[in-house]
Design a protein around this ligand. Structure first.
Ligand code: ZN
Length: 504
């Protein structure tokens, strides 16, 4: 089975052959942890998980790294000079306010002025969300989800190397910049040229940094700043790394190689982030960095780009709690919703679309449940080996090997589901479970510690109060708080809200 993927670098479909089969080395640009992850971010993360699970289905041994950006970068760090406000400062102020108003679980952040605690709080929330949505990486060792703040020396080494081989320079403003003119391929991924970038910069007001740089597109590698919230000593003064260098350093260090197989991200990462990653990594090692670059298109909500000002901005938690749909959404239904559109087309999230996803997931679960029951009644072993050449599995793999054609793959799944009773129940169950090793929608954690469990506890609190068993009521309330809920007493009884709703 030949696998082909669309490679942003060559702007076309290419046969995918890993450098070192059956191993496949993948790096995904992960979340920033200044807030709860929003649903658009998660489209890219669910895509990364689908890619990984498909390659495993196709018998590859996937090594996946997804970083956590916890360094306080700047609000304008997509610009070459990274101006604006320290994002971690914004997060710290928000958490301080939340703590004061009691909207934070009691022991979540003991000192909200400590940026490391705030980053850990949001990183923990991300891992919780990722587990609910079935991201395999969330169950792996921490070195598969590295925090940028744990790898500052690797970034400094890389910067040192770039200065040494004249790809970077220390400018008169004290910052270290990458010299884009030193790298002839700069612009190849995004289709930019240095002339166009220079012309574009000419239209902007010439800032203090422009005067000291060799080219307006030269980007920040290290910024000395004694006032920055998170800072580290370096040969170029105490400060913090540029945004792009962290991914280059962690990808090569944690995957243990200069050339990786696949690098993924959202389409907004193509320029400047990934363009800069290529320039840094290739200039430092002399080797190509990533062979395949795969990017997900934007997610739309009700047909529009998500934005806080339009009021259609949702975190994963808000969607799960029912803010868009009016009732809670099963996390694996949300997973299905995020993966059912092809990654290179816009995904349009809406209440109606989520409802349709829920019906499809339900069909799979009902079928699997009925087969399990039948097998139990027959006293038959629940697990049998299924031939990978089984027509449904082969057609499913065939569709996904065509640039992850998920529409085609789901068509195969539901076609087969409609006539699965032509097969024995053991074989049918084995097929459905094998398909679910990629889809991951059959089982959901909602009943263990999710919304369902929290609601049950609310009713138990009300019952305990009615019975004047305040000790039990208090204990249950504490359990809910520890699990990350805000517990409220209302006229219609106890209700919970997920901790710290997204700021608006
Ligand atoms: Zn990145």
């Amino acid at each position: 089975m030949a696998i082909r993927f669309y490679n942003t670098l060559s702007h076309g479909l290419e046969d995918f052959l890993p450098v070192d089969p059956p191993k496949v080395y993948i790096y995904n640009c992960g979340p920033t942890v200044y807030d709860f992850a929003h649903i658009g971010n998660f489209r890219a993360f669910v895509f990364a998980d689908l890619l990984r699970r498909f390659l495993e289905f196709a018998e590859h041994d996937v090594q996946q790294v997804m970083n956590i950006t916890d360094v306080g970068h700047m609000t304008e760090d997509q610009l070459a000079d990274g101006g604006g406000q320290d994002k971690m400062h914004v997060a710290v102020e928000r958490v301080k306010t939340a703590k004061k108003s009691g909207k934070l679980p009691d022991n979540a952040v003991t000192d909200p002025s400590d940026p490391y605690q705030v980053a850990r709080y949001y990183a923990g929330a991300f891992v919780d969300d990722a587990k609910l949505l079935g991201l395999k990486i969330a169950d792996e060792a921490a070195d598969h989800m590295p925090r940028a703040t744990d790898h500052i020396p690797a970034m400094q080494d890389l910067i040192g190397k770039l200065i040494e081989n004249d790809h970077a320079y220390l400018a008169a403003d004290g910052a270290v910049y990458y010299s884009v003119q030193s790298f002839p391929d700069y612009g190849r991924l995004s289709g930019n040229t240095l002339e166009r970038l220079r012309a574009g910069a000419g239209g902007r007001v010439q800032g203090e940094h422009q005067a000291v740089k060799r080219h307006p597109a030269d980007f920040l590698l290290w910024k000395p700043d004694p006032h920055h919230l998170m800072k580290w000593d370096s040969p170029w003064g105490a400060g913090y790394p540029g945004w792009h260098i962290e991914c280059s350093a962690m990808a090569m260090k944690l995957l243990g190689r200069s050339t990786i197989d696949i690098h993924t991200g959202g389409e907004d990462n193509i320029f400047p982030h990934h363009e800069c990653e290529i320039a840094q990594s290739t200039a430092a090692t002399g080797q190509p960095f990533a062979r395949f670059w795969m990017h997900t298109r934007f997610l739309l909500v009700d047909g529009q780009k998500m934005s806080k000002s339009k009021g259609n901005f949702y975190t994963v938690r808000e969607i799960l709690a029912g803010k868009l749909t009016g009732s809670p959404v099963d996390p694996r239904v949300l997973r299905y919703e995020l993966l059912k559109a092809h990654y290179r087309s816009n995904l349009n999230l809406s209440a109606k679309s989520i409802e349709e996803s829920a019906i499809q997931v339900q069909r799979l679960r009902v079928t699997a449940g009925a087969l399990r029951k039948k097998l139990a009644a027959l006293d038959a072993p629940a697990a049998v080996e299924v031939d990978p050449a089984h027509p449904a599995l082969a057609a499913f793999a065939e569709a996904l090997s065509d640039d992850l054609n998920i529409g085609g793959a789901l068509g195969v799944v539901f076609d087969w589901l409609g006539r699965h009773d032509r097969e024995g129940p053991a074989q049918a169950l084995a097929v459905i479970e094998r398909l679910d090793s990629v889809l991951a929608v059959l089982d959901s954690d909602t009943e263990q510690g999710g919304e369902g469990d929290a609601t049950a506890k609310c009713r138990a609190i009300d019952a305990a109060r009615d019975a004047k068993d305040f000790e039990t009521a208090d204990r249950l309330r504490d359990e809910l708080r520890d699990a990350g809920y805000v517990v409220l007493n209302t006229a219609s009884g106890t209700v919970v809200e997920r901790r710290l709703t997204s700021p608006s």
